[in-house]
Design a protein around this ligand. Structure first.
Ligand code: UT7
Length: 334
């Protein structure tokens, strides 16, 4: 999908992030699956992840709420100014009502229309692009875009090929209308449903409901063909990055900072290397949080801004890849 330039633009006014309190280190997996801290670290770059505890009130909704509050506060935007709320998630608190409408109620954002968006790890970028379209078309003034997951709820803790990879967390961005230069410059989104089986949660919805005789709990958890996904993630994030650069008439030399989906340090390193990006121009938090799916991009942007690595006026390239398959990239002047 190609986006065209519209009269207004969308500025990313501020970002936020929030993670559960409980830290789970690699070594903890050694007691229940055949793995090791060394394998996980060397093959993925992950050292620990955060795990939501519903007993502490930590769910996709509450993580989203905290991330949203940080972003709104930093943006100086009141919830009642929001006209759109979108939550990219594959682990909503409930299928109905959506996490987004529940968030609307908790925030007190009566003017917003709100829905959840299912694009797996690409959920934040897809949501940001939709918000950008409404804002750029002059239909709304402010939008809240969330990427949030509690993937710990859909992990098969006996499957060492997936359980060590994922974590819980939320990232948020508040977008506002602008006629200035600090705006989303270009976004490209892509999907290829032919590869849906590479990353899926096959059971538990309408195809095989929980009451069906065919239902299997292990198939209501994440299934992933990691090796195939690995290659496609790199190739597609690089293609999408090239496309947004070409849209803006830029090269990688014009970009101040790069944020790649945080699934595996080797994927991040290979993307950076292919684009000739030095390590100091990228952000990595997969070591601390694992793969938090839709939360990774906004959380990285927030952390990079807080660390002073991304400053006002900087050009940032973000690229994502996930189940569906879905992928894309966005070039933003912050
Ligand atoms: O966010 C959505 C997108 N997701 C991704 O981008 C994930 C992309 N894929 C990856 O990050 C990597 O493919 C993995 C981390 C999932 C796997 O790394 P790999 O280097 O591709 O390993 P592999 O799948 O080729 O497996 C190598 C070996 C296998 O053993 P055999 O068959 O060679 O005997 C696995 O069974 O490593 C084994 N293995 C493990 N060993 C210890 C797989 N998981 C583990 C584990 N601990 N946790």
């Amino acid at each position: 999908m190609v986006e065209t330039r519209l009269p207004y633009g969308s500025q990313v006014l501020a970002t936020g992030a929030h993670f559960p309190r409980k830290v789970m280190k690699n070594v903890e997996f050694e007691s229940f699956v055949e793995t090791s801290d060394e394998w996980i670290k060397s093959r993925t770059g992950i050292e620990s992840r955060r795990i939501a505890d519903p007993a502490l009130g930590e769910t996709t909704l509450t993580l989203s709420l905290e991330a949203a509050r940080v972003a709104l506060d930093r943006a100086g935007v009141r919830p009642d100014q929001l006209e759109f709320i979108v939550v990219g998630t594959v682990t909503p608190d409930t299928i109905m009502p959506s996490t987004a409408t529940q968030l609307q109620a908790l925030l007190g954002a009566p003017k917003a229309f709100a829905f959840d968006l299912s694009a797996a790890c690409s959920g934040f970028l897809y949501g940001m692009s939709i918000a950008d379209q409404y804002i750029s078309a002059g239909r709304i003034g402010h939008a809240l875009v969330i990427g949030a997951e509690t993937l710990s709820t859909v992990i098969n803790w006996r499957d060492r090929t997936t359980c060590v990879l994922f974590g819980d967390g939320a990232g948020a961005a508040v977008l506002g209308r602008t006629e200035g230069e600090r705006r989303i410059l270009s976004t490209r989104l892509y999907s290829d449903g032919q590869y849906g089986d590479l990353l899926s949660i096959p059971h538990g919805c309408s195809k095989v409901p929980v009451y069906s005789p065919e239902y299997r709990l292990d198939l209501a958890k994440i299934q992933m063909k990691g090796r195939e996904i690995f290659k496609l993630a790199i190739r597609n994030m690089l293609d999408a990055s090239a496309s947004v650069l070409s849209d803006a008439g830029m090269t990688t030399a014009d970009v101040d900072f790069f944020i790649f989906h945080q699934a595996n340090i080797r994927i991040i390193d290979m993307c950076a290397k292919s684009l000739n990006v030095p390590p100091e121009k990228t952000w990595v938090n997969v070591d601390k949080y694992g793969n938090t799916s839709a939360a990774t991009l906004p959380a990285c942007l927030y952390e990079a801004q807080m660390a002073g690595k991304v400053k006002e006026g900087d050009t940032v390239l973000m690229a994502t890849f996930g189940g569906g398959l879905t992928w894309g990239a966005s070039l933003i002047r912050i």
